[in-house]
Design a protein around this ligand. Sequence first.
Ligand SMILES: [Zn+2]
Length: 72
Amino acid sequence: MPKQLPIDNPEKCPRCQQIFVCKAGSIGNCQCNNIRLNKKQTDYIRQRFTSCLCITCLNELQEESSKVRLLS
Ligand SMILES: [Zn+2]
């Protein structure tokens, strides 16, 4: 009988609809999979999404945010 690992917080990525697990549950606290977001990158994502994203999207948005100049 296969042992089932408890899943922490399975969530659906609001960007790509992929199911992923995030322990923090919000982009403000996310350090998922060792991705490191600085404040600018976090703000960039938070302006667009309220919940956390899967690692694929985090990587893409991290790259995207570095190309966009935020006017403040
Ligand atoms: Zn995603």
